[in-house]
Each structure stands twice: as structure tokens, then as C-alpha cells.
Design a protein around this ligand. Structure first.
Ligand SMILES: [Zn+2]
Length: 293
């Protein structure tokens, strides 16, 4: 796994994401940390939570400190205050149901106010750091131009993962290994089929077209830029045809291309530079896929 990035580096990389991607990432990280907290606490108390147990029921059962919220004041800011008086960027809001107490704490003070054991707090904060490393991996993959393994496009993935793929946010290596494990048998089958398909193509039995890489960071020096008006006068009818066929797009990779194309058009509308060749490659792949070309 990648070495931990500094706050400054994380901030620089997050700036590369669009709003949709950065909001998704924040939500994913918060959710992961809340689950990690619950998991460590349950483990420590020797409570085995049934997969059907709701979060609410779990906390009633655990009768302990619950992580309600993590606030992030943003890079360079310390707008929150720990119970001890220290200014904080990250503030953990913890709540105890039975005692009806709520504290706003920094990571270093978590143990002091909750009376949770030092060992448990260390376990939890270690877990948090692993989640931060996972975030760093996702950001680095985004910057370096990561490609989704195309076989994943055919898997019945969970809705959250589908969304992550469609909005063009790379999967972490942890998420990838989870998918590989969960769909092991299906992946073996799909990869085997693909191998035979490629062999058949090499023997010239089938026509073929290649997939262009998506979502690599735009280098401004090589852009053949186009304006919104130019793009619309040339491609409006094709883009309309694609939009009308949206319900027919079932492949995740194609949904991702569709989302990317929409973002390019949005950017054009706002007067930003867009690489015409990239716009064309997405548009034509969608047209081919939808048999509109
Ligand atoms: Zn404190």
C-alpha cells in the first residue's frame, strides 16, 4: 500500500476531483470509520453482531460510546474545539445512549473522556489510519490515471460500488481484493470466456473495436480544445440520441463513459477547455455500444 500522504498532498489531490467524486469519497470514509468503530467495540466486548442487526439495534445491544459524526473543518482550518480546549480540524462526536452524554473530541482525547481502554482506542485509531491510507491509494490512482478492470463491468456489484465506478472514482486496492474474493468463481468464468473471445478474434472470426482509456488527467498542452457552440453544432444530434437511449445502458463501463461525457458537456457549458478527441472517443464508443452508429 502507498505510504501516507501529508495533509497538504491530500488536499492537492482532492482538488483534482469533481464535486460528485469528492462528496462520494468523504461519505465513504466517514461510513468506513463509523463501521470500524462499531466493529472494534463489538469485538472488544465479545459481542457477535448478526448481519441483519441494524446499526440502532447494535448500539442498544453494545451499550457503549457510539461514533455519531466526524466533522472536517477543511485543510488549514481548526474551527472545532475539543472538550480539553484544543482547536481541531477533525472533530469526533461521540454519544452514550444510556448515560445520555455527548462529547466533541479530537483523536488524541478520545480515550480521556470516554474511559474506553487505551488498547481499544489504539485499535480504533489504527483502523482509522488504515482507512486514511485507503483514501490516499484512491487519490493516487486517480492522479495517475487508473483503469477499472473491464471484467468488473459485468459483475452484480453493490449499488455503492456501482456509483463509485460510474462517477469515475477509482476503487481502492482493498475494494478490489474484496471484489476478487466475493466474485471469485464468476471472475474465473468471465476471464476464461474473454480469453477464448480474444483467440477467436485473432483468428479473424469477429470484428473488433478497442476501448480508449477514460478519465486520465488532461494535459493542457496537448488539448485540441473546442467550444460549447462548436461541439453542439457538430454533435448535438448524436448526443441527443445517446441521452434518449440512457435506459438501455446496462454495462457499468459504458455508464461511466456516459457520466464522463455529461461532465465534459457541463464543463464546455461553463466555458472550460475540453479535449475534442476525448469527447469524440467517449461519444463514439457509446454510439457503437447502443448500435446507433
Ligand atoms: Zn482534547
Amino acid at each position: 500500500m502507498a505510504s501516507p500522504l501529508t495533509e497538504k498532498e491530500v488536499n492537492r489531490l482532492v482538488q483534482l476531483l469533481n464535486d460528485e467524486q469528492s462528496e462520494f469519497l468523504q461519505r465513504y470514509l466517514k461510513q468506513s470509520k463509523k463501521s470500524k468503530w462499531l466493529e472494534k467495540l463489538a469485538h472488544k466486548k465479545g459481542v457477535v453482531l448478526h448481519p441483519d442487526t441494524s446499526i440502532d439495534e447494535a448500539w442498544d445491544q453494545l451499550d457503549d460510546w457510539e461514533l455519531k459524526e466526524i466533522l472536517d473543518g477543511g485543510y488549514g482550518n481548526r474551527p472545532y474545539t475539543c472538550e480539553c480546549g484544543m482547536a481541531l480540524r477533525f472533530c469526533y462526536i461521540v454519544h452514550h445512549r444510556k448515560e445520555n452524554k455527548t462529547y466533541r473530541l479530537g483523536e488524541t482525547c478520545l480515550g480521556n473522556y470516554t474511559m474506553m481502554s487505551a488498547e481499544l482506542i489504539k485499535d480504533i485509531t489504527n483502523g482509522f489510519h488504515k482507512i486514511d491510507l485507503e483514501r490516499d491509494g484512491i487519490l493516487l490512482r486517480y492522479e495517475q490515471g487508473w483503469e477499472l478492470p473491464s471484467v468488473y463491468g459485468r459483475l452484480p456489484l453493490a449499488e455503492e460500488l456501482k456509483t463509485q465506478i460510474v462517477i469515475g472514482l477509482p476503487l481502492s486496492s482493498i475494494q478490489e481484493s474484496r471484489i476478487e474474493k466475493r466474485f471469485k468463481q464468476q471472475l474465473i468464468k468471465i476471464r476464461e470466456q474473454n480469453k477464448w473471445h480474444r483467440l477467436a478474434q485473432m483468428k479473424g472470426h469477429h470484428p473488433t473495436y478497442t476501448f480508449q482509456p477514460v478519465a486520465s488527467p488532461v494535459s493542457h498542452s496537448t488539448i485540441q480544445s473546442i467550444t460549447y457552440e462548436e461541439a453542439m453544432s457538430k454533435y448535438q444530434s448524436n448526443i441527443n440520441a445517446i441521452n434518449e437511449s440512457l435506459p438501455k445502458i446496462t454495462d457499468l463501463l459504458m455508464l461511466r463513459k456516459y457520466n464522463h461525457l455529461q461532465n465534459m458537456i457541463k464543463a464546455l457549458k461553463q466555458g472550460e477547455l475540453v479535449d475534442e478527441s476525448k469527447l469524440l472517443s467517449h461519444m463514439f464508443e457509446l454510439l457503437y455500444y447502443l448500435k446507433l452508429y
